[in-house]
Design a protein. Structure first.
Length: 161
């Protein structure tokens, strides 16, 4: 529940707008967690491991919309290296965006290609990436949210033969 509050509060700090509208500032930790999990937009967070290292950051949070989009259960998505949410060919540009967001504290209007558990690719647009602080205000991870995405056509098999 503390992570949910950290995600919500740090988004408001980074972008000047609430991540979940209508949530009272004096809401209980349980209300914060429920509102974030039930939000219609996709929200993910990962730990503060170096995006360039192997295995890199691991996912620490996924709301219901994220679990549905990636077609994974909580225990399958949370704990997974976050780089695996993107196809291999897209991981370099994803890592660059994470480093830009890390350097500036936040990044808006990010677009990229992701891949679900079955290998189906989808395009995300208008994503926000931001730094998550620990209790002392030091960076301890990053979060992302987006609500605009669409499935990409499956690659056609080669007709050479």
């Amino acid at each position: 529940m503390a992570l949910a509050k950290r995600i919500l509060a740090s988004h408001s700090h980074a972008f000047g707008t609430p991540l979940v509208a209508g949530l009272a500032a004096d809401a209980s930790p349980l209300q914060w967690a429920q509102a974030l999990f039930a939000a219609p937009l996709v929200v993910l967070a990962h730990d503060g491991q170096d995006p360039g290292a192997d295995p890199g950051p691991r996912l620490t949070y996924a709301n219901r919309a994220a679990l549905g989009l990636w077609r994974r259960r909580w225990g399958e998505l949370v704990g997974m290296p976050s780089r695996l949410t993107a196809p291999r060919a897209e991981r370099g540009s994803r890592g660059q965006a994470l480093r830009r967001a890390q350097g500036g504290g936040a990044l808006q209007h990010y677009s990229g290609i992701r891949v679900d558990s079955g290998g189906r690719r989808f395009q995300i647009t208008g994503a926000r990436l931001w730094t998550l602080p620990d209790a002392q205000g030091q960076p301890c991870g990053q979060a992302a949210r987006f609500s605009s995405w669409w499935w990409l056509p499956e690659p056609r098999p080669s007709s050479l033969g």
